[in-house]
Structure formats: C-alpha cells, structure tokens
Design a protein around this ligand. Structure first.
Ligand SMILES: Cc1cc2nc3c(=O)[nH]c(=O)nc-3n(C[C@H](O)[C@H](O)[C@H](O)COP(=O)(O)OP(=O)(O)OC[C@H]3O[C@@H](n4cnc5c(N)ncnc54)[C@H](O)[C@@H]3O)c2cc1C
Length: 408
C-alpha cells in the first residue's frame, strides 16, 4: 500500500525543532512585545532577536532553495513547519516565511530575470528588505482582476503608471512592490490585459495615503495613490499581459501557505477550548462533561482533522507536479471557514473571558474573518469548484476527478 500518513523521521525532528524554537525564543519575545504594545523599539529589537535565533537554529527561509539561503523544503514539509510555527503570532515571521513576502519570493524565483533576482529576491531572502503585492483596488471588485483600472502606458524606455490600490499588506516599510497594472489595450482574452512591475519604494508618484483601520486595528494594510509613477521597462516582471498568469501562479501555493498557518491557529483555539472546558465548573459538573460542550469540541476536532487532510493532500499534489487548482481551492474555502467556526466555538466555551483580550482568541477572531474573502472569496471558490465538478461529470460521467481525484 502506497498511502502513508506518517512523516519521515527527519520531518518529525524538524517539527519538534520548530516547536522548541517557538517555546524558547518566539513566545518569550511575544511576551515582551505584548507588555510594551506601543513601543516600536521593543518590537523591532525582538523581531531582530527572533530572526537571528532562527538563522542560528537552521530554521531560516524554509520554503526557499538552499542557493538562496533557504532550507529547500517541499510543500508537504512546509505544511509541517508552517502549521507548527503559526501556533505563535510571530513564528512564521521569525522564520522569514510570512505573507506577503513568502508569495513574492516564489513569484520572483519563477518569473524574475537574473538581475531582478539579484536586486530584489536576494535581499528579501536575507531578511534585509520587505515587500508588498499591490493588486486590489477600491473602485472595482478585487475578485475579478480583469476589472483592474490602474494602467501603465509606455513612454520611451519607461512605463508611466496611474491608479489607486488598497489593502496592500506590508506596504509601509516595504522596499519594493510587485504592482499589477493594465498595459494591454485590446487583449485576446480579458485575463491577458495586465502586467506586473517591480516598483522601488519610495518612488515619486507612489504615495501611501493611509494604513486602513480594520476590525482588528491597524496592521499595515495600506491605501496607495499612484500618480505618474515612472518605472523602467526592465522592471516589468514576466512579459506584457502576463500579470494575471503571474497572479494565479502566485496565489495557488500562497493560498495553501495561508491554510497551513490557519491550521496552527485553529489547533491553538481548540487547545484553549479544551483547557477551558476541563477547568471550568458550572451546574454540578465541569464544562467538559456537558454534552453541549462535547459537541462543540467534537465538531471542531473533526473539522481540524479534515483541514489537515485537505492541506496535506493539496501540498502532496503540488510536490508531485500534479494539477492542484481544485484541491487548493477546496482547502482554502474549507480551512478558512473551519478556522472561523473553531475560534468562535472556543470563544463561546470561554464566555466573557473569550470576548476579552485576556486570551488570544478575540484577536484571532478578528484576523480570521478576512480569511473567508481575501485571496479568493468563498463564493468564487464555490463557483469554481462547482464548475469543475459539473465538467468532470459531463466529461467522464463521474465527479471523482473533481473530488480530490482520490483512488476511492
Ligand atoms: C487583511 C487583508 C489583507 C489583504 N492584503 C492584500 C494585499 O496584500 N494585496 C492585494 O492586492 N490585496 C489584498 N487584500 C485584498 C483582497 O485580496 C480582496 O479583499 C479580495 O480579493 C476580494 O476583493 P474585494 O475586497 O474587492 O471584494 P469584492 O471582489 O468586491 O467581493 C465582495 C464579495 O462579493 C462576493 N462575490 C464576488 N464575486 C462573486 C461571484 N463571482 N459570485 C458570488 N459572489 C461573489 C463575495 O461574497 C465577496 O466577498 C487584502 C484584504 C484583506 C482584508
């Protein structure tokens, strides 16, 4: 039998190493950051400390090839590392495997010219620069990139770009952006209208208007005005009209990388739920002894199990070079929704304490909410999943290939 749900010994050691790193380095640093929430110096010094320690521990850049200073892990191994690291808030950041840099590194690795790799990818990998990815706009639906209005017009050796972006994560402090803009006037297909550009930050014509305040506070998701921004043609990433292709190629693995981190968060919430249930007494017994609470725990456990299976299977397909679109889409939808439900149930079991900021749950809830629409809204994934299922049935008389193409 070829199916094996265990990890090789070296991956198990790696998970244990990440866990030990998070316990001994990340959690103490998070406590220091939490005790001085408005002190930027504390934040920066603790991040540098965590990152130096990750480098020394050989846990730096798990997703990148060794020639870039990374650990060269495949997607299945990344699932193991990321879900463990994400049980802490700063774990993925300490390892330099956080969004949006992780996705941007993959994008540059596959699409950048040697010169672009030298100038932008290497510093990102070394941890000496940060980046952002600028696609979404306030005036048109982000779910449909064919509507993008930001446009680039050729002028000699340069492109002149005008437009408006928002929710650009990590924009303040980033050294460069991968910017998606319309370049093609009459493309063969609507998806071939956009191109990607690498924009140095700061640049004249690139203005951060504000850090958009969200239900979870300000987290460096910025609104950007772009006015007569000049970018040399050599800064185009990929070819003209390949912006959509590049975005899609980036988003598949990047969505799964989110799922890996969400699994870590969901497991943390379930751990907290059980801990509270076994320690809180009401109406003659502990909460854990009440069937109503057991249902919440059982539903969460079953969902966490499904999340892990889906993510591991999608990662396995990517590693084997198989078509993974459908599996990543289903995993992204399922894990995002499970994450929200599990955190919500954990809050319920905690009562008022869960609603307070004395536990991490309230913060996790406000973060988890965006998982259901960013990087592909629930309904868009459902639409695509349904289309693939209908197509599979009409072509083969069976839905099997759309349901993970498993040998059952
Ligand atoms: C925390 C956070 C960080 C982000 N970071 C970045 C970033 O770094 N870079 C970047 O470019 N963007 C970023 N975004 C933007 C994100 O990618 C968009 O929010 C997402 O693509 C959805 O676009 P929209 O918000 O314009 O929603 P819309 O496209 O307007 O969609 C709104 C809703 O309409 C519904 N809908 C849309 N299409 C369909 C359909 N076909 N069928 C049925 N219903 C539909 C869905 O319910 C959807 O939630 C971020 C967003 C958040 C919240």
């Amino acid at each position: 039998m070829a199916i094996d749900f265990s990890f090789p010994e070296e991956t198990q050691h790696l998970i244990a190493k990440v866990r030990e790193f998070c316990d001994s380095v990340v959690r103490p640093a998070e406590e220091k950051i939490g005790s001085a929430p408005d002190d930027r110096e504390v934040l920066v010094s603790q991040i540098i400390r965590m990152r130096k320690a990750a480098l020394e521990a050989g846990l730096w850049l798990p997703h990148m090839p060794e020639e870039y200073g990374g650990m060269g892990l495949g997607h299945v191994e990344m699932a193991a590392v990321s879900s463990e690291a994400a049980k802490t808030r700063f774990g993925p950041y300490a390892l330099n495997a956080q969004a949006p840099d992780e996705g941007n590194m993959h994008t540059l690795l596959h699409w950048a010219t040697p010169d672009q790799k030298e100038r932008y990818l290497k510093p990102l990998c070394n941890g000496t620069s940060r980046s952002c990815f600028a696609m979404t706009e306030p005036d048109v639906a982000g779910s449909d990139p064919t509507l993008i209005q930001t446009h680039a017009v050729r002028d000699g050796d340069d492109w002149v770009i005008n437009g408006h972006k928002w929710f650009i994560s990590g924009a303040a402090g980033a050294k460069f952006a991968i910017l998606i803009a319309r370049t093609e006037v009459d493309p063969e297909i609507p998806q071939a209208a956009n191109s990607a550009f690498i924009v140095d930050i700061p640049s004249e014509g690139w203005e951060i208007v504000r850090d958009i305040h969200t239900m979870s506070g300000g987290h460096n998701h910025c609104e950007i005005r772009i006015k007569d921004l000049r970018v040399p043609d050599s800064q185009m990433l990929g070819g003209p009209g390949q912006g959509h292709l590049l975005g899609q190629a980036r988003l598949g693995p990047a969505r799964l990388a989110h799922c890996m981190r969400w699994i870590g968060q969901a497991e943390t919430a379930l751990n907290l739920m059980v801990e509270r249930a076994i320690s809180r007494y009401a109406h003659g017994s502990m909460l854990a002894e009440k069937q109503g609470i057991q249902w919440l725990i059982a539903d969460s456990t079953m969902e966490l199990y499904q999340c892990k299976l889906m993510v591991l299977h999608a990662a396995y397909k990517i590693d084997r070079g198989e078509d993974f679109k459908s599996e990543v889409s289903m995993a992204k939808h399922f894990v995002a929704n499970s994450l929200n439900r599990i955190i919500d149930r954990a809050i319920q079991v905690h009562g008022a304490l869960g609603y307070s900021t004395d536990t991490p749950l309230a913060g996790m809830m406000t973060q988890a909410r965006w998982a259901r629409f960013a990087d592909g809204a629930d309904e868009v994934h459902q639409w695509r999943i349904a289309m693939r299922t209908i197509e599979a049935y009409t072509k083969t008389g069976s839905v099997t290939s759309a349901a993970g193409d498993l040998p059952l």
